[in-house]
Unconditional design. Structure first.
Length: 210
């Protein structure tokens, strides 16, 4: 059974305040998204299995702990999820990267898939889906379903910077086996299905588009 993990570390909360500020420019916004992704990655990977091996330091032989078990994959939901990838890969350079392209229909607010490409061994990997915002939960739920149905993935974690209660509820309903990591659960969605207080459109603010 998966759980919701709200990460309230002071560094994350401080950086989130920068993202929320409408006066934060593209360069700083992009950098802070990456910094938050790296900090959140520490927590989201806390329970990765390790095994003991023997190495030789310049002084003596000793036993150390190294990662064991399943290898990892990072799957950003295009396009905003791309802003979280590089900093995570800097921590876990052996992880492979898949991509899922989904956009939200402006009328129905339902996710529409337009692109999907995964590593061939994705089913054998522990998958981390990343996207700065979990709003309605429709896109994240669809991405998880794609990974389960098309690729046979069984170990999936969802990592978002902020979430709406509606989105969290949707994932808990559709995929109770998936852990969710966020830095904040905000108040609600507005009539246009944007998170309040939120931080605006993450994709536009990362890439400087409108």
């Amino acid at each position: 059974m998966g759980s919701l993990h709200v990460l309230d570390h002071p560094l994350l909360q401080h950086k989130l305040s920068i993202l929320r500020d409408k006066n934060t420019g593209v360069k700083e916004f992009r950098e802070v998204v990456g910094e938050m992704a790296a900090l959140m990655c520490y927590e989201a990977t806390r329970n990765l299995p390790t095994q003991e091996v023997e190495i030789e330091t310049p002084m003596v032989k000793t036993k150390v702990r190294v990662l064991a078990g399943k290898k990892m994959a990072i799957v950003p939901i295009l396009r905003a999820g791309l802003g979280m990838v590089d900093s995570i890969i800097s921590l876990i350079p052996s992880a492979k990267i898949g991509h899922i392209g989904l956009f939200r229909d402006p009328e129905t607010h339902e996710p529409v898939e337009y692109y999907c490409k995964m590593p061939p061994d994705i089913s054998e990997r522990q998958v981390f889906i990343v996207d700065p915002m979990l709003a309605t939960g429709g896109s994240a739920s669809a991405a998880i379903q794609i990974l389960k149905d098309k690729y046979g993935c069984k170990s999936i974690t969802l990592m978002d910077i902020i979430a709406a209660p509606e989105g969290v509820a949707q994932i808990r309903k559709d995929h109770p086996d998936v852990d969710i990591f966020v830095a904040s659960v905000d108040e609600c969605l507005n009539e246009s299905a944007y998170i309040l207080p939120g931080l605006g459109d993450a994709g536009d603010r990362i890439f400087g588009t409108k």
